[in-house]
Design a protein around this ligand. Structure first.
Ligand code: NG1
Ligand code: ZN
Length: 533
C-alpha cells in the first residue's frame, strides 16, 4: 500500500503553484523551469506507478526542454522499449500535475491506483537523466522525492542526452533476452555506435573534418566521448561547447536556430571552410541539421528532409543489391512541414506517408513498414527495422559476394541506428556513412533535389485551442471559414502551399508557407499569418 503520511509529508515540500495549468503535451511537460517543482515530484510518483503497472519494468524519465531557451525546462516519461509514454497515461500525468493541494493530490492518487488496478506490491524501477540546464539539479531532486514517496528504485544516469536515456531504458529491459539491445551504460552506447560505424566505413577515404555545433548543451560532452572513439575514421571538431556559461544554451546556435533562421550560427562564421560539412545538434542532442558554405560564401542547409532522402535512397539501394528487393517493404514518414520537393523526390522512389506533428505519430507510422524511415524537417528522426526485417536480414543467405557485402552493411546499420528515438549523434554517423559510401560532399548531397523556398512563422493568438485541424494537420476545420480564405490566397502563388496549426509545445499558432520563389514564400507566410492574427 501507499504510505499516505510519507506522501503527504513529501508532497507538502513540493506545492503546486496556484494559477498554473500544466499539460503533458507532445514533448511531455515543458515550461519555465522555476514553475516545475511540483510537476517533477508528481512525475516521480507516476513513473513509479507506471513501472508497477508494467510488472516492474524500468521506466525512463528525461528532464530537458530540448531546443527551448535556457530558463525553460521539462520532463517526459519513456516506456520500457525506449518509446514515448503510452497516450492514455499522458492524460493521467496531466491530472496528477494539476491537483491543487496535497489533499487533492492524495485523492487523485488513490482514485487512480484503484481505477488503473495498480498492484502496489510490485517493484518499481526508474532510470532518469537531465540535460545541462541550471534548473536541472533542483528538479531532479524534487523528482527523487517522488520516487521515494512511492518506494521506487531510481537509477541516476546523470547529465546525458535524451537519446542515450532512451537507449538505456531499452537496454535495461531487454538485458539477457534474445532482443538484447546493448550494454546498459553510456559506455555501452558509444561502443555500439562507434563499432558499427567503423565497420561501415572501413577502407574508405577519410573525409575532411566535420564541425559540430553542440548548442552549448549536453551534446558537447557526448560528442567529445564519441570523437575519441571514431577519430581514425572521422575527425570531429567541436564548437559551442560552453555548457556552464549562463544563457549560452541554444542561444543563436543549435539545430533549431539553423532550421528557423535558415542561417549559419554566427559563432561558426570563421570555423567553416568553403565546402566543409558542419552540423548542429539541439539542446538535448536528439535533432540534427547539416549545412555547408559554398565557394561563393552562400549557406546551404541540409535539414531532416534531406537526411531522409539521403538515407532512404541508400537503404533502398542496399536492399536491392542484397537481393532482397520486394521482400522488405520500405517506407518514409514525414509531416506537413516536409519540404514539397523532398516529398516529390521520395515519393518517386518509395511509399511516403504524412502524419501529424510529434515524434510518436511518426514513430508509430514507421513501425508499419519492414524498414521505416522517419524524419521531421527540423532534424528529428531515425530508421526502424521491424522484427520481421531483423529476422530476415540475420537469416538470409546471400548468393553473391556483392549481395553478402550489402547484407553486412544493412546489419551494421541496424546497430548504428538508435531505433528508440531520433538521435543526433547516431544520425550524424549514419549520414557520414552514406556520404562516405557515395563519395558525396555536401554539394552532391544537396543536389538530390532543390528545396522549395519556405517560411515558418509563429503567431501569438488570444486562444490557440480554437484552431483545429484534420488531414495530418494540413487543413483547418476551426475557426470556421478560415481554411477557405487560406485556400483562396494560396492558389494565387506559384507552387504555393500553406497550412496553419496550433503548436503543441508553445503558446502560439504556427504558419508554414512554401512557393517556388523566395519572395513569394515569405509574402504568402506573411499574408496567412495576417488571417490568423
Ligand atoms: P510544435 O510546437 O507542436 O510545433 C515542435 C516541433 C515538432 C516537434 C516538437 C517536440 C516544428 C514545426 N514543430 O512542435 O516537430 O519536434 O516541437 O519537440 O518543428
Ligand atoms: Zn531535442
Amino acid at each position: 500500500t501507499i504510505d499516505v503520511e510519507e506522501v503527504r509529508r513529501l508532497s507538502d515540500l513540493h506545492p503546486k503553484p496556484a494559477l498554473i495549468r500544466f499539460q503533458y503535451g507532445t514533448a511531455g511537460f515543458r515550461t519555465l523551469g522555476n514553475t516545475l517543482d511540483s510537476v517533477l515530484f508528481r512525475v516521480g510518483i507516476i513513473a513509479g506507478l507506471r513501472s508497477k503497472k508494467l510488472d516492474g519494468k524500468t521506466i525512463g524519465v528525461m528532464v530537458t526542454a530540448s531546443h527551448n531557451p535556457e530558463p525553460d525546462n521539462g520532463v517526459k516519461l519513456v516506456d520500457p522499449r525506449g518509446e514515448m509514454l503510452e497516450s492514455s497515461w499522458e492524460t493521467h500525468a496531466t491530472t496528477f500535475s494539476n491537483a491543487a493541494t496535497t489533499e487533492d493530490f492524495l485523492f487523485v492518487l488513490d482514485a487512480f491506483v484503484k481505477t488503473a488496478k495498480i498492484d502496489l506490491s510490485k517493484p518499481a524501477r526508474v532510470v532518469y537523466a537531465r540535460d545541462t540546464r541550471p534548473s536541472g539539479p533542483a528538479l531532479v531532486s524534487a523528482f527523487e522525492d517522488g520516487l521515494k514517496a512511492i518506494g521506487a528504485e531510481g537509477r541516476d544516469a546523470g547529465v546525458t542526452t535524451t537519446p542515450i536515456l532512451h537507449y538505456l531504458v531499452r537496454s535495461i529491459n531487454t538485458k539477457g533476452t534474445k532482443d538484447a539491445y546493448g550494454e546498459d551504460s553510456e559506455q555501452g552506447y558509444f561502443a555500439k555506435l562507434s563499432e558499427a560505424f567503423k565497420k561501415l566505413v572501413a577502407g574508405r577515404a577519410t573525409p575532411p573534418p566535420l564541425v559540430i555545433d553542440c548548442a552549448n548543451g549536453v551534446g558537447a560532452p557526448a560528442a567529445a566521448k564519441l570523437s575519441g572513439l571514431v577519430k581514425e575514421n572521422l575527425l570531429l571538431v567541436l564548437e559551442n561547447t560552453s555548457t556552464t556559461t549562463p544563457g549560452a544554451l541554444n542561444n543563436s546556435c543549435g539545430a533549431d536556430y539553423v532550421k528557423t533562421a535558415q542561417k549559419l550560427p554566427p559563432s561558426l562564421a570563421s570555423k567553416l571552410n568553403a565546402g566543409q560539412r558542419g552540423c548542429s545538434l539541439d539542446g538535448d542532442a536528439d535533432r540534427l541539421m547539416y549545412f555547408y558554405i559554398d565557394e561563393g560564401g552562400k549557406f546551404h542547409m541540409l535539414d531532416g528532409d534531406k537526411i531522409a532522402a539521403l538515407v532512404a535512397a541508400f537503404i533502398v539501394e542496399l536492399v536491392k543489391t542484397a537481393g532482397l528487393e520486394g521482400q522488405l517493404n520500405i517506407g518514409v514518414v514525414q509531416t506537413a512541414y516536409a519540404n514539397g520537393a523532398s516529398t516529390k523526390y521520395l515519393a518517386e522512389r518509395l511509399p511516403v506517408k504524412c502524419v501529424p506533428t510529434g515524434v510518436k505519430h511518426l514513430h508509430h507510422a514507421a513501425e508499419h513498414y519492414d524498414i521505416g524511415v522517419y524524419f521531421e524537417a527540423n532534424g528529428h528522426g531515425t530508421v526502424l527495422f521491424s522484427p520481421t526485417s531483423q529476422d530476415k536480414l540475420t537469416t538470409y543467405e546471400p548468393s553473391t559476394p556483392a549481395q553478402s557485402t550489402a547484407l553486412t552493411h544493412l546489419i551494421n546499420l541496424m546497430q548504428l541506428i538508435n531505433q528508440t528515438v531520433g538521435d543526433a549523434l547516431s544520425d550524424m554517423l549514419l549520414v557520414e556513412v552514406v556520404l562516405a559510401h557515395k563519395s558525396y560532399s555536401g554539394v552532391e548531397w544537396d543536389s538530390l533535389y532543390a528545396d522549395l523556398p519556405n517560411r515558418l512563422v509563429k503567431v501569438v493568438v488570444a486562444d490557440r485551442t480554437i484552431f483545429k485541424t484534420q488531414d495530418a494537420e494540413r487543413q483547418l476545420v476551426s475557426p470556421p471559414g478560415l481554411q477557405k480564405k487560406i485556400d483562396e490566397i494560396v492558389q494565387r502563388y506559384d507552387g504555393g502551399r500553406s497550412f496553419v496549426r496550433p503548436s503543441g509545445t508553445e503558446d502560439v499558432v504556427r504558419v508554414y508557407a512554401e512557393s517556388i520563389f523566395r519572395p513569394q514564400a515569405d509574402e504568402l507566410a506573411f499574408r496567412i499569418a495576417g488571417l490568423v492574427y
